[in-house]
Design a protein around this ligand. Structure first.
Ligand SMILES: Nc1nc2c(ncn2[C@@H]2O[C@H](COP(=O)(O)OP(=O)(O)OP(=O)(O)O)[C@@H](O)[C@H]2O)c(=O)[nH]1
Ligand SMILES: [Mg+2]
Length: 232
């Protein structure tokens, strides 16, 4: 750990922050760094609206004058590389805002593994003083489940289709979710998914929320639920 770099990060120097995260990507160890912000994990099958939902959460937080950092973790597949780029473009209306920092992280070849890299990067974002730290992963495999273990609370986003739930079930993400969100609430099928989730949500003491990320419907409630879970 480079203490001058860390001091600059804590000072709000965004270039220093980007440099430090790049160092994490290439294998530097920042595990001694303890972040004091609570980390929100957002995961779920491809295309369910995770990035749109995060962008919508950012809007609510920014209206309250709160700052946000988002780490989109790309689990090394060249296929998802393009999706992450899309994420950044989608969230672009926030990029020039000093209270928002969005970074995608590729961790091909990180020696300590993806989860460790994500953990170090999240600690850096917390160290930089953001009020909210969010990690997005596509919930399709074991390494993404491990990344979600870095988060203090896990939001599992599903769509109003049965297939989403089956896919998340297979990856084991259902077992670590603290909040279930059925996004695309403007589409048919919400109640079917709600029924399918009921038992597992009850057994985990987790709420099932419905959102429409594109309009912002239900997002304030999601933020409230997450804040309660984090004890904020
Ligand atoms: N109708 C409707 N479409 C939505 C909603 N939320 C997101 N979408 C659309 O769904 C598509 C995928 O949204 P993303 O936010 O990229 O989904 P994602 O889960 O981040 O996708 P990946 O990161 O590629 O897995 C986009 O075309 C969004 O506009 C919603 O609430 N309703
Ligand atoms: Mg996305």
């Amino acid at each position: 750990m480079d203490s001058a770099l860390l001091a600059a990060v804590a000072d709000g120097d965004r270039r220093a922050l980007s440099k430090a995260i790049s160092a994490v990507e290439s294998g530097d160890d920042f595990s001694q760094l303890k972040g004091d912000r609570r980390v929100i994990g957002v995961t779920g099958p491809p295309g369910v609206g995770k990035s749109t939902l995060i962008a919508s959460m950012i809007e609510v937080w920014r209206r309250a004058g709160e700052s946000v950092a988002v780490l989109a973790v790309d689990p090394s597949s060249p296929i998802t590389g393009g999706a992450i780029l899309g994420d950044r473009i989608r969230m672009q209306n926030h990029i020039d805002d000093g209270g928002v920092y969005i970074r995608s992280m590729a961790t091909r070849g990180h020696l300590g593994g993806l989860a460790e890299a994500a953990s170090d990067a999240a600690a850096l974002l917390s160290h930089a003083g953001f009020d909210h730290v969010v990690i997005e992963t596509v919930g399709v495999g074991q390494s993404e489940v491990e990344v979600m273990n870095v988060a203090d609370t896990v939001v599992l986003v599903l769509g109003p289709s049965w297939g989403d739930q089956v896919q998340a079930d297979k990856a084991g993400i259902v077992e670590i979710a603290n909040v279930f969100v059925i996004n695309k609430g403007d589409r048919p099928g919400v109640n079917d998914v709600r029924r399918a989730l009921h038992e597992v949500a009850d057994s985990r003491g987790a709420e099932i929320l419905v959102t429409t990320a594109t309009s912002g419907e239900g997002v304030a409630e999601l933020i409230e639920t997450v804040a309660e879970l984090l004890g904020a």
